[in-house]
Design a protein around this ligand. Structure first.
Ligand SMILES: [Zn+2]
Length: 139
């Protein structure tokens, strides 16, 4: 049994603001901030709501399913191990339960990715090798 953690990936810097997202992903969960005042769903983690400037932000678990709005197929990377994994997909994903985020879509067929494609979170234990929430196509 190999260690699923890939030490070569750049690791996110843990802060008080992003800790629930980073720690949640270590459990394979997508945690997102919700504004208690205007109900905006917020990504990336912040200290104030970007819609209404409220500081009443709550963390909630998202089901982790959505559709690709748009994406970039990245052919050249400067950072290993991404360079060895190119082309990779970086996508804007509209979540089924509201909110959007930017995330990697892990796939063995990057040429087949299209806008509108359904995606879901990579499940554990594979999820553990990615330092940030990562999706895969729904097959
Ligand atoms: Zn708000």
């Amino acid at each position: 049994m190999t260690n699923m953690t890939n030490p070569e990936y750049p690791q996110p810097r843990l802060t008080a603001t992003n800790a629930p997202l980073i720690e949640g992903w270590k459990r394979g969960e997508l945690m997102l901030q919700h504004c208690a005042d205007c109900h905006a769903i917020i990504f990336f983690p912040r200290e104030i709501c970007p819609q209404c400037w409220s500081t009443k932000l709550e963390w909630k678990r998202d089901a982790g399913r959505g559709k690709i709005v748009s994406f970039a197929r990245v052919h050249k990377h400067v950072t290993p191990p991404f360079a060895a994994e190119a082309p990779t997909i970086l996508a804007e994903i509209a979540l089924n339960d509201g909110g959007t985020l930017m995330a990697r879509v892990a796939t063995r067929a990057p040429a087949a990715i299209e806008s509108g494609a359904a995606v879901e979170l990579v499940p554990m234990p594979e999820a553990a090798k990615f330092p940030l929430p990562t999706f895969r196509p729904v097959t």
